[in-house]
Ligand binder design. Structure first.
Ligand code: MP5
Length: 207
């Protein structure tokens, strides 16, 4: 089997499972998540998305020209998402002028460090980060108000399609990458999975 995103998902299925199936999401599905847990996630995820936007800017700077359209589309969606987060925080009267929690900070620093990695590594991390939310918000099934809006943001068919195209772009460069770069991409995939699991746990602990 050649080196692809599918192979990474198969090789690391257990850790990927922990990244995408978490009691936090299950409790959103059941409507039993506490507002303190949900609000902690919302504020910290806003901080995450700010740094993720910077990361995607760096991915664009490393990408081949024929990958620009998809990445620029992603950046445009992030412009909308940042405003949406601010709106959601305002509706809940949450203060966005607070500190990042250590698990959020670690993830943000990691995203920053990816800027010095070869493009196939960055493209793999980019895909994995988006897939984690696409699957994570979809897997529990229908969510009640107000969580359905959040589940739909990352679980909708258009977003699923976008993540598939990110996978194709990553696969294209991974398959022809040198073995040591493939190795770095695999490490990035595992790191993203662990950071995702920690992020859910951080919010869940707020209860
Ligand atoms: C995403 C996110 C998805 N919002 N938060 C974490 C911790 N991981 C992944 O990124 P985006 O930009 O919201 O699609």
């Amino acid at each position: 089997m050649s080196f692809t995103c599918t192979k990474l998902l198969l090789t690391h299925s257990q850790i990927w499972h922990s990244a995408t199936i978490h009691p936090f999401l299950q409790q959103c599905h059941l409507g039993t998540i506490k507002s303190e847990q949900f609000n902690t996630w919302l504020v910290q995820d806003y901080f995450f998305v700010v740094e993720f936007t910077r990361m995607v800017g760096r991915v664009l700077a490393s990408a081949p020209l024929h990958h620009f359209d998809v990445i620029l589309g992603g950046l445009a969606a992030l412009q909308d998402e940042l405003s949406w987060f601010k709106q959601k925080a305002a509706q809940r009267q949450l203060n966005l002028d607070t500190k990042r929690q250590p698990k959020c900070q670690e993830y943000c620093e990691y995203m920053h460090s990816l800027g010095s990695k070869p493009y196939p590594v960055q493209a793999t991390a980019f895909w994995a980060i988006e897939l984690a939310y696409n699957q994570g918000w979809q897997l529990p099934g229908e969510m009640p108000v107000p969580y359905n809006e959040f589940a739909n943001r990352w679980g909708n068919a258009g977003f699923t399609e976008y993540v598939k195209i990110l996978e194709q772009q990553a696969d294209e460069v991974l398959q022809v990458a040198a073995a040591d770069i493939q190795q770095q991409a695999e490490e990035a995939f595992v790191k993203v999975a662990k950071f995702e699991q920690n992020f859910w746990q951080m919010a869940f602990n707020a209860g």
